[in-house]
Design a protein around this ligand. Structure first.
Ligand code: AMP
Length: 650
């Protein structure tokens, strides 16, 4: 524990990368309670329910010589920062990698740790913005002992006043490095009563004065007055980014309004995002799906390699000798990229360009990216700060199905396809749900069914969500069993997608409570999305409410739910194991016709579902991990994601 006289400055639940002794053990992230005191960063065992338990380690802040963000590509993870420490900068150092739970936490912790180490005499000038993976730095590709490659983004000032941060730009607007500094005399104000370099309200990682320029990576056509349309590849100035999902922006013509933050990318870190052929984290299965559907010779995409962090894979469709998708690792030698020894280029776009004219060893020359490749993501709600939808704006179309809450219909909201759940009266506690819906519209992830809003002013209330054209995952699996049952790669990709959506919910500390194949949906391009998250809390049906109720999803319930109704992200993980089983049996009912009481007996006695016939042993091992009785030892979704990716890579 932080000793009594150690003042606790910050406390948060974050994940920490295990400090593996062997460079070849897979990256493993563990949930920890972090406590920041004036002299130490201490981390403890524990989870969100139990709070902090045993101390697992601490970093003496006087030994820290760099506190920096880690680039996304190092771990394919957002919001990771690092503390590099050791007795001196030139002896062997240790790096602690921590993934914050939100952008705010990331910035806040970075800033506070920096304010505490600002007087250290050993602060470094350079650091590695990537991570040491398999004995190689992901950023500069150097060996373990390579000189660090990136200048630090702040330095100590001898007259430091810890806690004071100065702007990233100097008074003439030129960029400068961060430093701890005394406040400098204010420059004259301009006619808008603002400092020359100041953009009102922009929150940055390090201070309030950085001008943030972003580039639109998709077109955005607003549905509400007050929102700003975005045109792909155009630049916008961000005026306010305090909220996660909607930023206030200004276009070149000086028009201002809100637009979705996931439609833009900061200009400085735009990278390959500007190219239509770049699919980011799309899996091999998704790339194949997209390319096969287009059926065009030389159609291609580039995506992040799943095997080597920071590297890329080219996927190309060719009809010769038979229709197929080929995957090539883009290799690197020094600062040159290449696919074959005959063509080497400094940048990936140059390499793509050269291979458009010369196959250079590829199965075909590259022609064009898919017409329906990168799809714009959903927006968190239909507009900034709007969740109440006027039913007159909805055009209701055909019925899609019906479930526990009533009928679901396809509809159009302005020009957008939506699904409308018409909530049977008396099936849910409406007032509580409507309040929660405001929060739920802000949950946004590729693998979550987006909640756009509710029509709550009339009865029955409508829940308006994203529309997914292939409907329920459970029915999809059953209908396609013949084709899917032996395609374990495709089935595992479905599980991975569900896991990604759930890992996002876990990070947002949002518990699903009813994860099962029936509550997931299938969209175009083979995308799977998790739906109905959190709805279980608002059901008013005695048959559903307790674990004794006939409608309670006993077969997906973890032992701690059966015994104490204790729900957590870890009980969602148990249900995820059952969902994996549903996927690999193509929609069989878990435990067959066993009655609920018999299922409970089985689970309590430690018996688990049998391995589905075509399920690889490694995948079954993962299911069994989800069914670990000890909640603390059960993996998180973040862990599960790593494990699934590892199987895909093998
Ligand atoms: P539920 O009430 O969520 O169980 O939904 C009943 C049925 O409606 C599902 O089995 C799906 O076939 C269909 N459905 C529900 N939501 C959607 C959606 N967002 N997009 C397409 N179909 C949906």
């Amino acid at each position: 524990m932080a000793s009594r006289n150690e003042e606790v400055l910050r406390e948060a639940f974050m994940t920490k990368r295990s400090q593996n002794k062997s460079p070849f053990t897979p990256t493993n992230w563990k949930d920890r309670w972090f406590v920041l005191t004036p002299h130490n960063l201490i981390y403890y065992d524990g989870d969100r329910n139990s709070g902090r338990k045993r101390e697992k380690g601490r970093v003496d802040l006087s030994k820290v010589w760099a506190v920096e963000s880690v680039e996304y590509s190092a771990f394919q993870k957002d919001l990771v920062f690092q503390l590099v420490y050791g007795s001196t900068a030139d002896t062997e150092s240790v790096t602690l990698y921590i993934a914050a739970s939100s952008a705010h936490d990331h910035d806040d912790w970075l800033e506070h740790i920096r304010s505490l180490v600002g007087n250290n005499t050993n602060l470094a000038e350079v650091f590695h913005k990537g991570a040491l993976l398999r004995n190689q730095w992901s950023c500069c590709r150097g060996p373990k002992d390579a000189v660090a490659c990136t200048p630090v983004t702040w330095t100590r000032n001898n007259n430091a006043t810890p806690g004071m941060l100065c702007p990233e730009v100097d008074r003439s607007g030129r960029p400068r490095r961060y430093c701890y500094d005394q406040p400098s005399p204010s420059p004259p104000l301009n006619q808008d009563n603002m400092l020359p370099y100041q953009v009102p309200g922009v929150r940055t990682a390090f201070g309030p004065y950085r001008k943030k320029i972003v580039v639109a990576i998709y077109d955005y056509n607003p549905t509400e007055i007050g929102d700003l349309p975005l045109r792909k590849n155009e630049e916008y100035e961000v005026l306010q980014d305090a909220e996660e999902n909607w930023w206030r922006m200004r276009n070149r013509n000086g028009e201002e309004g809100y637009a979705p933050s996931n439609y833009v990318k900061e200009k400085a870190s735009l990278g390959l995002q500007q190219y239509d052929w770049y699919l980011g984290d799309a899996t091999r299965q998704r790339a194949e799906f997209i390319l096969k559907r287009e059926e065009k010779e030389g159609c291609f995409v580039v995506r992040n390699s799943t095997t080597t962090t920071g590297m890329y894979t080219l996927s190309v469709y060719s009809k010769q000798p038979t229709p197929q998708v080929k995957h090539y690792h883009i290799k690197r030698e020094g600062d040159l990229y290449y696919l074959s020894q005959s063509i080497k280029c400094r940048t990936i776009p140059d390499l793509i360009f050269k291979h458009k004219y010369n196959p250079g060893g590829l199965c075909t020359r590259l022609r064009s990216p898919p017409t329906h490749g990168r799809q714009p993501p959903t927006t968190a709600g239909i507009s900034h700060d709007k969740w109440e939808i006027d039913p007159n704006e909805l055009n209701l179309l055909e019925e899609l199905g019906s479930g526990q809450f009533g009928v679901v219909r396809h509809g159009k909201l302005k020009c957008m396809d939506v699904a409308v759940k018409m909530m049977k009266e008396g099936t849910m506690s409406e007032e509580a749900f409507i309040e929660e819906a405001k929060v739920m519209t802000q949950l946004q992830h590729t693998n979550l069914v987006q909640l756009y809003g509710v029509c709550s002013r009339h009865r029955p209330i409508y829940i308006v969500t994203e529309y997914l054209r292939y409907g329920s995952l459970l029915l999809y699996l059953r209908q396609k069993e013949k084709h899917l049952i032996t395609c374990s790669e495709q089935l595992l990709d479905m599980c991975l997608q569900v896991c990604e959506g759930m890992a996002y919910l876990e990070k947002q500390r949002f518990i699903h409570r009813d994860l099962a194949a029936r509550n997931c949906l299938v969209g175009s391009q083979g995308v799977i999305k998790v739906g109905d998250f959190g709805l279980a809390r608002y059901v008013v049906d005695d048959e559903y409410a307790g674990s004794g109720g006939a409608k309670f999803p006993i077969k997906w319930a973890a032992p701690e739910v059966l015994n104490y109704m204790r729900f957590s992200s870890k009980s969602d993980v148990w249900a995820f194991g059952v969902l994996m089983w549903e996927v690999f049996t193509c929609g069989r009912m878990p435990y067959g016709k066993l009655r609920n009481a018999e299922v409970v007996d089985r689970v309590q006695s430690g018996q688990v579902l049998e391995r589905p016939t075509y399920c690889p042993e490694t995948v079954y091992e993962l299911m069994k991990l989800c069914w670990t009785h000890d909640v603390d030892r059960r993996p998180s979704f973040a862990d599960m994601r790593c494990q699934i990716v590892e199987i895909q890579e093998a």
